[in-house]
Ligand binder design. Structure first.
Ligand SMILES: [Zn+2]
Length: 371
């Protein structure tokens, strides 16, 4: 009982995050329904039934509740709404609540800032800086959910979603230069080869996972606006070019179209939020997630055409939660120029080889017809 009362403030805040997530999910549904059709997001302002065109009253438009109460049907004409509405609202609510709980209660970033404020947080007094970190994750998650839902629904990730997300990530990043909200005193200094000399997990994870490079270059000091922007710009460039490179090699290897340009735009957005190391880890985690999703999709829905976007979204979000676990291994690779180029070279050759073999086994299909 005491245990429950102790946790009550956190449970209330997590529940609040769930409700916020459900409401945001309701807005995201509007984006998913309208953006691929190039309809205005602002007009008509209210939702309408797609069959009888009657506007839906506010009490029939409550996130999650109304769908369940009306069993997914229009009150007037009885037409069924897509289960996507319920799924997107529920997923957003779960993700918002989960991200808040992970940051505030589980301290997944292994943050000293959170550790120093443990008692305030458990008492329900969430520091403003922690809300900023949570807001950063919520924004990224919202853009990823819209992109993934559009990709599943119409096999396309709209450029307007990813470009807006990239700009939001870029602007946000200016204010959260690594290692914020960690204290600047935690920045490892001195040694040029800090990745080799530091014990594991001594590079702190800020709102941006890691800085653009370490040690800081002259004129772009860590914990500054310029550091935030440099990390973000390098991240968005890495996101778009890594995926374009992979697409080029895979398409040449397979002898047919592999990956979409939308996937490159999606990782550009992830890079703007998290920095280039997040793109790198997110891509590999995303490939694994996409494979798992593809297997599930074939086994349960008998659908073998699941796109890559949802996997990338899941992988990128997962990386923000697992960073302190991944980072001791990644620090050796990602702060070492020679190893870094080695990975890109060997990885590229291996992937081309794999795709080439797969292309020979399956044979080139979908040959483009000459006009
Ligand atoms: Zn209707």
């Amino acid at each position: 009982m005491w245990e429950f009362l102790n946790l009550l403030p956190i449970i209330v805040w997590t529940g609040w995050s769930f409700v916020v997530g459900a409401c945001v999910g309701s807005l995201l549904n509007v984006c998913v329904a309208r953006i691929p059709l190039e309809k205005s997001l602002l007009w008509p302002l209210g939702s309408r039934c797609g069959i009888c065109y009657q506007s839906i009253r506010w009490y029939d438009n409550l996130p999650l509740l109304s769908y369940v109460i009306l069993r997914g049907r229009c009150r007037r004409c009885g037409a069924g709404f897509s289960p996507r509405y319920l799924l997107v609202e529920f997923a957003t609510a779960l993700v918002f609540a989960g991200l808040f709980y992970a940051e505030a209660m589980l301290n997944v970033r292994d943050s000293h800032f959170v550790r120093d404020n443990t008692w305030a947080i458990r008492g329900g007094m969430i520091p403003a800086s922690l809300w900023v970190v949570v807001l950063h994750r919520w924004l990224l998650a919202s853009f990823l959910i819209v992109a993934a839902a559009c990709d599943i629904q119409s096999r396309e990730i709209p450029l307007s979603v990813t470009v807006t997300g990239t700009i939001v990530g870029l602007v946000f990043s200016a204010f959260v230069g690594w290692p914020w909200p960690e204290p600047a005193s935690r920045i490892p200094g001195g040694a040029t080869e800090w990745w080799l000399l530091l014990p594991p997990n001594t590079i702190p994870t800020g709102t941006q996972l890691w800085p653009y490079w370490g040690p800081a270059l002259d004129g772009i000091p860590h914990d500054s606006v310029r550091c935030g922007l440099a990390t973000s710009i390098l991240g968005l460039l890495c996101g778009t070019w890594l995926l374009r490179g992979v697409r080029f090699l895979a398409t040449r290897g397979l002898g047919r179209e592999a990956l979409g340009l939308g996937d490159a735009d999606l990782m550009m957005m992830v890079g703007a939020f998290l920095g280039w190391q997040g793109v790198f880890a997110g891509f590999f985690a995303g490939a694994v997630a996409a494979l798992v999703l593809a297997v599930v999709s074939v086994l349960i829905f008998r659908d073998d055409s699941l796109p890559f976007g949802p996997g990338l979204a899941l992988g990128s979000l997962g990386v923000t939660l697992c960073w302190p676990t991944l980072s001791p291994g990644l620090a050796i690779l990602l702060f070492h120029p020679t190893l870094l180029f080695g990975i890109f070279g060997v990885g590229g050759v291996m992937m081309f080889g794999l795709c080439w073999v797969m292309g020979r086994i399956r044979g080139p299909v979908d040959e483009p017809e000459s006009p």
